[in-house]
Design a protein around this ligand. Sequence first.
Ligand SMILES: C[C@@]1(CC(=O)O)c2cc3[nH]c(cc4nc(cc5[nH]c(cc(n2)[C@H]1CCC(=O)O)[C@@](C)(CC(=O)O)[C@@H]5CCC(=O)O)C(CC(=O)O)=C4CCC(=O)O)c(CCC(=O)O)c3CC(=O)O
Ligand SMILES: NC(=O)C1=CN([C@@H]2O[C@H](COP(=O)(O)OP(=O)(O)OC[C@H]3O[C@@H](n4cnc5c(N)ncnc54)[C@H](O)[C@@H]3O)[C@@H](O)[C@H]2O)C=CC1
Length: 213
Amino acid sequence: MIGLYPAVLKLEGRCCLVVGGGSVAARKTISLLECGAQVRLVSPELTEELQREVQKGKITHIKRIFEKVDLDGVYLVICATDNTELNSQIAEYCEALHIPVNVVDNPELSSFFVPSMIKRGPLCISITTGGNSPLFARRLREELEKLIGPEYAELVVSLGQVRRLIREQVDDPARRRKFLEEILPPGTLADFDEEKMEVLRKQVKACISSLLE
Ligand SMILES: C[C@@]1(CC(=O)O)c2cc3[nH]c(cc4nc(cc5[nH]c(cc(n2)[C@H]1CCC(=O)O)[C@@](C)(CC(=O)O)[C@@H]5CCC(=O)O)C(CC(=O)O)=C4CCC(=O)O)c(CCC(=O)O)c3CC(=O)O
Ligand SMILES: NC(=O)C1=CN([C@@H]2O[C@H](COP(=O)(O)OP(=O)(O)OC[C@H]3O[C@@H](n4cnc5c(N)ncnc54)[C@H](O)[C@@H]3O)[C@@H](O)[C@H]2O)C=CC1
């Protein structure tokens, strides 16, 4: 397979269709919900986890087998049934309608894959093996999760605040960059620990106060 083009989607308020109600459909549905998508889920049966989400009012559940009309108005599709022929048929419809489609049992027919993800607030690290080894993607995520702790969420949020402030107050792009380089010089994240985190927090605070003076 030739190289993949990585991109991140903004799904808030978008209608995304999941076909199937098993454990794979559940995993994909939960990650769509976490991104603020509106999920339309078509399946005669649901796992308990999905039933709970439906009860919370988070999913529009269409309790029957797939019909082509289910594709109306959707932004993307995940075919997650255990019926290979049906998954391929839906992929064909999507291709004709130019709707991005993920087919959980057929990488060839998928127009996009779902990567393994580490999320820390606005920070998102995605891992793909291009379908070569989903289990490897998972194992690598598990190792990287040990390095990227929950504190990264707070860190990235405060870097966002300081960067917005710099953009408001400093006109010259070269000076803006200099400010940011001072906070994050090369090597900042090497052997990052709580002590280094504290130094970085202080630098962010100092930069904010100097800009507000
Ligand atoms: C192509 C792709 C299409 C797509 O679904 O987007 C795809 C396809 C297939 N997966 C299969 C199997 C497994 N998938 C997982 C797990 C994950 N699969 C995910 C993504 C992808 N899976 C896309 C490529 C991603 C990439 O490599 O870059 C992850 C990352 C994201 C997610 O699904 O949310 C999530 C880990 C999330 C995490 O924990 O971090 C496990 C392990 C487990 O369940 O713990 C197994 C069993 C072990 C194994 O096979 O490796 C099978 C064979 C089914 C069978 O044998 O019947 C196919 C079909 C085929 O390959 O033909
Ligand atoms: N991409 C991935 O990460 C992975 C993909 N797989 C593949 O995903 C497939 C699904 O796996 P599971 O969720 O474990 O299967 P499952 O058997 O638990 O669930 C299948 C679901 O599809 C629904 N379904 C069947 N026919 C339907 C129709 N015509 N319309 C709507 N819904 C229909 C069933 O009601 C059921 O809820 C497997 O066949 C496997 O090949 C498996 C593991 C990981």
